[in-house]
Design a binder for this molecule. Sequence first.
Ligand code: BGC
Length: 758
Amino acid sequence: MATIADLVKDMTLEEKAALCVGAGPWTTLPIERLGIPEMTVTDGPHGVRRSEDVHTFVTKSVPATCFPTAASMASTWNVDLIRKVGEALGEECIALNVDVILGPGANMKRTPLCGRNFEYYSEDPYLAGKMAANFIAGVQSKGVGTSLKHFAANNQETQRSTISSEMDERTLREIYLPAFETAVKEAKPWTVMCSYNKINGTFSAENQRLLTAILRDEWGFEGVVISDWGAVHDRVEALRAGLDLEMPGPRARHLKAVIEAVRSGSLSEAVLDHSVRLLLEIVFRAEGTKKGGSFDVAAHHALARKVASEGMVLLRNNGVLPLKNQRNIAVIGRAAKEAYYQGGGSSHINPTRIDSPFEELQKLAPDAHLTYAEGCRQDETIDQALIDEAARNGRSADVALLYLSLPASKESEGYDRPDLDLTGQQIRLIKALTAIQPKTVVILNNGAPVVMGEWIDGTAAVLEAWMMGQAGGGAIAAVLFGRANPSGRLAESFPAHLADTPAYLNFPGENGRVRYGEGIFIGYRYYDAKQIPVQFPFGHGLSYTQFAYKNPEVSAKTFKDLDGLRVSVDVTNTGQVAGQEVVQVYVHDHKSRLVRPPKELKGFAKVSLAAGATKTVTLNLDFRAFAYYHPSYQQWITEDGEFDILIGASSADIRCSQTVTLQSTLALPSILDRESTLREWLEDPRGMSVLAPLYQQINEQMTANFGGNDREAIGMDPMGFLLDTPLAGLFNFLGDVIPTSPEEMVDGLLAKVHGRAG
Ligand code: BGC
């Protein structure tokens, strides 16, 4: 058997260049004379969208299980379940002859207006990273590859293929990269798909820093980088940057450019060889998994139902749910008959079957009388007659169940959302119903938050059912009737108003750029810091039982960052029925040199508890749980000091806490320079010791210069003024007291700080 190295040697330049561009929309180039097979990739992420003919672009896709979308999956907070979804997808890929599934999507939900948020997990990088890693691990355990996408900072659809996402380094590192980093380090995806957009002016596809320096050199990625479909502009530059496979293909002009660049010596053949080697590795790895056969349609449908039911978030409940013995049930809304279970665009699945929400209700309440009214037209026009009909049904019923789905015009891949509102007709419908039927339950099918201030007060309950996958209709019925106890928790904040959202003033950008002006403050990080009330906070979700938190413990009150910290708490189901609780651990830093969010999620666990049962939940917090990215050191750093470990049921419902002291093991080099202020010198341990002999003198002289200790003389606190003055500026004030020029003085001190002779 020829080794990969042999094959690379045997391939012609033309073959190598051609292997690095797709042979068609979904396949790579087979090279028969060398025994190199074709590799097939398909979308993703919540189902296998395999065209009947993978060699042509748009053909009907073959039936596959449509699992709930990522927004729903993340709301389960159940990593084991997401891993099972991955395994099921792997099995379907095998049956459908697919080598790599294009997903998961690990982009952050910077704004709820992003049309594609349903395909992404969360506004929190920790949660999104864990979800992505488990999805990947599940798929790849079957010998099928994944493509972690869209790397990186692809947070809007407006001008998605040209926009430049402009942000500072810390924001990139702390918010937009970590979910990818976790997934790459923990689950080793076979491939990573670069995004369409630019980051700070450079297309992701041609971004050497992103695709090589960070992804490969820092994180140790060993797989293949694929382009998003059509994301490559300059094929030669993309190869240099580390983009191995351009999709789709063929691209005769790009191929020619690569061949010419190698011939002319402007592109080293070694660069091409490297990409070819990586590609051949996964092509043969994929070939090693025998394809064909069938998958268990019924079992996967059941799994999709379980995920849908665990992902549903009971947002509000005044006691009407779970339904009991209601004889007359008014079912209202098209979404009750036509399940709205997935979003538009490349992730669109041809499902194996679809549960009708209405029929599933009837199955669970065979003796109840169910009426149906359409409530809304398919388009967004107002139709009072439909509202009147629905109200008539609602008035005479014991309870009204209002199924509302967002129309595709309000969310999809390819364009952003115009607003966060339901349609005008839907809002009128809710108001008409709640005015005459106090037991009105709103069931929402959507991929991203809607605002509710205008209508929520009159409702008896609101269930966020998401784009819930093909089995979601049954999952809704199970939750409404209490056959399933809701255990979903929001993986994103539900804002009260669009204008409250973090990126509001910086979205969708202009002149080809979108400025990430809110920096590291997205989602709850922002609402917490600004103390802006939200409709429902990150992590929120109700249950039909209650949970009590007791005995919070930490493994040490004082600990070293590298040792990490073990946190535990006893959780008791104090209600009458079994249920699942999501224990969330947030970290709050008391004091840091750079600004930090008030709290950040660093651990979570979902536990099942029978009524009355107690379990001890234990979580480990590692170095990164306490660290932040410091752009001057170009690394994640920890600082000595106190942290609160906040244990709760949501970001706004902290049940207990512990305060601990961290000892940093980092020996950081000093970052003092000519412009560093007195404050920075005093805060820097090296700087402080070097400056100490002079400090007394500076202090006395400056106090004298500023009118002694008489603050009134200059109307300010002299020390406050001095602290933010660069050292050279202070020396300037000292005049002849110092022997050399202020700049020379500072340079001399800096030489000592940095260990240079001087
Ligand atoms: C999307 C990707 C998708 C690809 C192939 C692109 O437009 O952004 O997520 O995998 O098409 O369909």
